[in-house]
Ligand binder design. Structure first.
Ligand code: C2E
Ligand code: CA
Ligand code: CA
Length: 742
C-alpha cells in the first residue's frame, strides 16, 4: 500500500530508460513551449514599444521598463536558452547554438535596466532621507530586482555554456528547464498580480501554471511542490490587494466596509478548483507518460534481445556472419578505409572433427569457444565472426596480419597437443570498395580449403591460380542443372573382380562430367563442391537413372551386365528421399534389387544422424545391399562396424599405398579380411595396381578386388567391347543373353 502511494506520488525507483524517456519528453515539450514564449514575448515587446510612441508614453518609459520590459526580456531570454538546450538534446549535434547570443544580449540589457532601477530607487530614498526605511518601502521591489538580476546571470552562464560545449549534459538542461519554469511562473505571478491590482484578469498566471505543468512531466511531487508554491505566492500577493473593506468609495453610494476582508469566497473557490485541476493534470500526465515509457522500455528490451541474438553466435558469443557481412560492407564503403591495406582471413581448425570424435561434443565446443576468443584477442579492433562449424573469418589490416596470424596459430596449437589440432588460414585481399563480403569470404575459404591435408602448409593467399579454380567451382555450381539436362554427366564403370578367377562380378559407377568448356572433369573437381553447396543429390539421382537405363538396355539386348554399386553421399539422405528415388527408378526400368548396390563412406556414418540410420534400414529391408566404402580412411572405422551391418566391406586404397615398403601393411590387411569373415561380410580391396598386391590379397582370402591393374573406369560401351575382345572376362552368371547374340 505504502509502496503504491509512493509510486503514485512518483517516489519509486526509475530505470535509466524511464528517466531518459521523461527527460526527452520534457525536452520535446520545451521546444514547443519555448517557441511559443519567444513569439509571444517578441510580440508583446513590439506592441509595448509601439504604444510608447502612439500613446505618447515616453514620460513613463522607466515605469514600463520596470513593470513590463524586464519581465518580457527575461522570459524571452529564458525561452531562447530553453529552445537551444531542448534542440541540443533532441538533435544532438546540429542544434542552433547561436541562440545563446541574443539571450546574452537580452539578459545584459535586463541587468543594466535593473541596476539603474535599484540605483534610482536608492537615490530617491537617500534624497528623501529615508534610507533606513528601505526594508519597508521597497522591500518587495528590491527582492524582485534581485531575483531578476540573479536569474539573468544564471541565464547568461547557461547561454555561454550552450554555445561553448558540444556535449549535452543532463543536469544542465534540467537546470535550464527548472529555471525556465521558474521564470515563467514568476512572470505569471508578477504580471497577473499587476493587472489584478488594476482590476484586470489573472489569465497570465493560469497560462503559465499550465505551461509549467506541461513542461514538468517529472516526478509528481516535484510538480506538486513547485506549482502549489506558485499558487500560494500568487494568493499571498493578491490577497493583500483586494481587501475591499479598505477601499474608499468617493461617490459615497457603496459602503465597502460592509464587504468581508480579503479575497471573496468565489475567487477562493475558483482558485482552489484551478489548483486542484492543475494537480490532477500534473499527476495524470505523469502516469500517462510513465505507462508509455514502460511500454516502450519493454519493447526496447525485447528488440535489444532480438538484435543481440540476431548478430551474436550462440555458442561462442562472438559475432555471427549476419553482423560480419553488414559491417564489412559498411567498413569498405567508408572513404577513410584504405582498401589496399585490408585483408580477409578465413580460419579452419584442422583435425577438429577428430578432436570432437575423440573427446566428445562438449570438449569440442570448448575448443571452439577458446579459439573464438583467441582470434578476437589477437585481432582486437578488427571485425571477427564465426563463419560456421569450426570456421572463423576476420577482416583486418594487411599490415601486421602475418605476425598476428602466426602468433594465433601457435596459441591454438597449444590448446591440445595430443590431437595436434592446427589452424589453417586462407586469405583474400579485396581490390576495390565494391567488394561483396560474402564473395570475399568464399574466396578466402577457397584458399583455405586448397591447403587442407597439406600438413606442411598453414597459410594460402588467394591468387590468380586459385582464381582460375574458383571460377571453375562457380561454374560447376551454376551449371549442374544444365549439365544433367544436356547429358554431360556420364557414368563410368570400373569392374570389380573375384579373386578366385579374376572374372567381373560387379561394377562401381563413377561419375564424370563431360563439359564443352572444361573437357572431361573427374569427380574430385565437382563432388566436393556440390556437396558443399548441397546439390550433390542431383548428380546421384542422375547416376541411378543412367545405371538403370543401362541395365534395361543390356537386359533387352542380351548384353552382359553385372551388379553396379552406386556411391551415395551422406547429404543425399538429407537433401532428398534418395531411397524413394532409387525404388522409383528401379521400378520404372524394372531393375532387380540384386543389380543395384549402395556404397556409403565410413566418414558419412561417423556423424550418423537418425535420417541416415533410418534410410539404411529402408534400403536393406527393400533388399538392397549396402557397402561400407573407404574402410580405414577415417578415425571411427571399428565403431561403424559395431553399429551397422554391411554386406560388403571396401578396404580403402591407402592400405596399398605403401604395400612393398611398409612392413605393417600385410598383417593389417590380413586382420581386416579375417574380421570381414567373422562379421559375415564380403571383403573388397580397391586401388589394386600391382600384381604382387593382387597375389597377396588372393592369398589372404580377400574376396574381391578393384583397381587399375585390371581396368580403369570407362563407359559401358568400352566395357562391352573389352569383354567381346576377351580383354575382360565377366562371370558366367552375368553373361545374360550375350551368347545368344553371338
Ligand atoms: P571412391 O568411391 O573411393 O572411388 C574410387 C576412386 O578411386 C575412383 O576415382 C577411381 O577411379 C579411383 N581408382 C580406382 N582404381 C584405382 C587405382 O588402382 N589406383 C588409383 N590411384 N585410383 C583408383 P574417381 O572416379 O575419381 O572418384 C573419386 C571419388 O568421387 C570416389 O571415390 C567417390 O567418393 C566420388 N564419386 C564418384 N562418383 C560419384 C557419384 O556418382 N556420387 C557420389 N556421391 N560420389 C561419387
Ligand atoms: Ca566408392
Ligand atoms: Ca572408395
Amino acid at each position: 500500500m505504502v509502496k503504491r502511494v509512493k509510486s503514485w506520488l512518483g517516489f519509486g525507483e526509475q530505470s535509466k530508460y524511464v528517466k531518459d524517456y521523461f527527460h526527452t519528453t520534457n525536452m520535446k515539450a520545451s521546444i514547443y513551449m519555448s517557441a511559443v514564449i519567444i513569439v509571444l514575448e517578441l510580440w508583446m515587446i513590439i506592441r509595448m514599444t509601439r504604444s510608447i510612441f502612439t500613446d505618447n508614453l515616453k514620460g513613463v518609459f522607466w515605469v514600463l521598463v520596470e513593470k513590463y520590459y524586464t519581465n518580457y526580456f527575461v522570459l524571452l531570454a529564458s525561452g531562447l536558452i530553453m529552445l537551444a538546450f531542448a534542440l541540443k538534446h533532441i538533435t544532438q549535434k546540429s542544434s542552433p547554438r547561436w541562440l545563446g547570443l541574443p539571450a546574452i544580449v537580452v539578459c545584459g540589457l535586463v541587468i543594466a535596466a535593473e541596476v539603474r532601477i535599484v540605483f534610482v530607487r536608492t537615490g530617491d530614498l537617500i534624497a528623501k532621507n529615508k534610507i533606513d526605511s528601505v526594508m519597508t518601502e521597497y522591500r518587495s521591489k528590491y527582492i524582485q530586482s534581485f531575483i531578476i538580476i540573479l536569474s539573468s546571470l544564471m541565464l547568461i552562464s547557461m547561454a555561454i555554456s550552450v554555445m561553448i560545449h558540444q556535449k549535452d549534459r543532463r543536469w544542465k538542461s534540467l537546470f535550464v528547464l527548472y529555471l525556465f519554469s521558474f521564470v515563467c511562473l514568476d512572470f505569471g505571478i508578477v504580471l497577473s498580480a499587476n493587472s489584478y491590482s488594476e482590476g484586470g484578469q489573472m489569465l497570465t498566471f493560469l497560462t503559465m501554471v499550465l505551461y509549467v505543468a506541461c513542461l514538468l512531466t517529472w516526478r509528481p511531487y516535484v510538480g506538486f511542490l513547485i506549482l502549489t508554491g506558485s499558487y500560494l505566492i500568487f494568493y499571498y500577493k493578491i490577497s493583500g490587494m483586494l481587501d475591499l473593506s479598505t477601499v474608499k468609495d468617493f461617490s459615497g453610494t457603496v459602503d465597502f466596509s460592509q464587504f468581508p476582508t480579503g479575497l471573496g469566497d468565489g475567487i477562493k473557490i475558483n482558485g482552489f478548483m484551478m489548483w486542484l485541476s492543475t494537480m490532477i493534470f500534473c499527476f495524470s500526465n505523469y502516469h500517462k507518460t510513465m505507462a508509455q515509457a514502460k511500454k516502450d522500455e519493454d519493447l526496447e528490451s525485447v528488440n535489444d534481445h532480438l538484435r543481440q541474438i540476431s548478430v551474436i553466435d550462440e555458442l561462442t558469443g562472438i559475432h555471427n556472419m549476419v553482423y560480419f557481412r553488414s559491417e564489412a560492407e559498411k567498413l569498405l564503403k567508408y572513404v577513410t578505409t584504405d582498401t589496399s591495406n585490408t585483408i580477409y582471413l578465413f580460419f579452419d581448425i584442422e583435425n577438429f572433427k577428430y578432436y570432437n570424435e575423440k573427446n566428445g561434443f562438449h570438449a569440442g565446443n570448448e575448443i571452439l569457444i577458446k579459439t573464438a576468443h583467441l582470434i578476437e584477442e589477437e585481432f582486437s579492433g578488427s571485425l571477427v565472426a564465426r563463419f560456421s562449424d569450426d570456421h572463423f573469418v576476420v577482416l583486418t589490416k594487411f599490415d601486421g596480419a602475418d605476425e598476428k596470424r602466426e602468433k594465433l596459430r601457435q596459441r591454438i596449437a597449444k590448446l591440445d597437443e595430443d590431437t595436434r589440432i592446427s589452424l589453417k588460414c586462407g586469405a583474400y585481399r579485396p581490390h576495390s570498395r565494391e567488394n561483396d563480403p560474402s564473395l570475399a569470404c568464399d574466396r578466402a575459404r577457397f584458399a583455405c580449403n586448397s591447403i587442407k591435408k597439406h600438413f606442411d602448409q598453414s597459410y594460402r593467399l588467394y591468387d590468380s591460380e586459385l582464381e582460375e579454380q574458383f571460377k571453375r567451382k562457380q561454374y560447376i555450381i551454376n551449371n549442374v542443372d544444365s549439365a544433367i539436362e544436356n547429358g554431360y554427366i556420364r557414368v563410368y564403370y570400373q569392374p570389380v573382380l573375384s579373386t578366385a578367377d579374376t572374372s567381373i562380378v560387379g561394377f562401381e559407377a563413377l561419375a564424370r562430367w563431360q563439359d564443352p568448356i572444361y573437357g572431361l572433369m573427374s569427380p574430385n573437381a565437382f563432388i566436393e563442391v556440390l556437396e558443399e553447396h548441397r546439390q550433390i543429390h542431383k548428380i546421384d539421382i542422375c547416376m541411378i537413372e543412367q545405371v538403370c537405363q543401362a541395365y534395361r538396355g543390356a537386359a533387352d539386348n542380351g548384353f552382359p551386365f553385372a551388379p553396379v554399386s552406386l556411391n551415395f553421399s551422406r547429404l543425399d539422405f538429407e537433401l532428398c528421399d534418395i531411397v524413394g528415388e532409387l525404388k522409383r527408378l528401379a521400378k520404372k526400368y524394372n531393375v532387380p534389387t540384386e543389380y543395384l548396390d549402395i556404397e556409403i563412406t565410413e566418414s558419412a556414418l561417423s556423424t550418423a544422424q537418425e535420417v541416415l540410420k533410418e534410410n539404411m534400414k529402408r534400403l536393406q529391408d527393400a533388399g538392397y545391399k549396402v557397402w561400407l566404402d573407404d574402410f580405414g580412411s577415417g578415425y571411427s572405422s571399428l565403431n561403424v562396424l559395431k553399429d551397422y551391418q554391411f554386406d560388403v566391406l571396401k578396404i580403402d586404397m591407402k592400405f596399398l599405398a605403401g604395400f612393398s615398403k611398409n612392413e605393417k601393411t600385410k598383417p593389417i590387411l590380413m586382420n581386416i579380411v579375417n574380421l570381414t569373415k567373422q562379421l559375415d561380410m564380403i571383403s573388397l580391396t580397391e586401388g589394386v595396381e600391382e600384381k604382387n598386391q593382387f597375389r597377396f590379397l588372393a592369398s589372404i582370402g580377400c574376396d574381391r578386388v578393384q583397381g587399375y591393374l585390371f581396368s580403369k573406369p570407362m563407359p559401358y560401351g568400352d566395357i562391352c567391347s573389352k569383354i567381346e575382345d576377351g580383354e575382360l572376362k565377366i562371370s558366367e552368371k552375368y553373361m545374360q543373353g550375350y551368347g545368344v547374340k553371338q
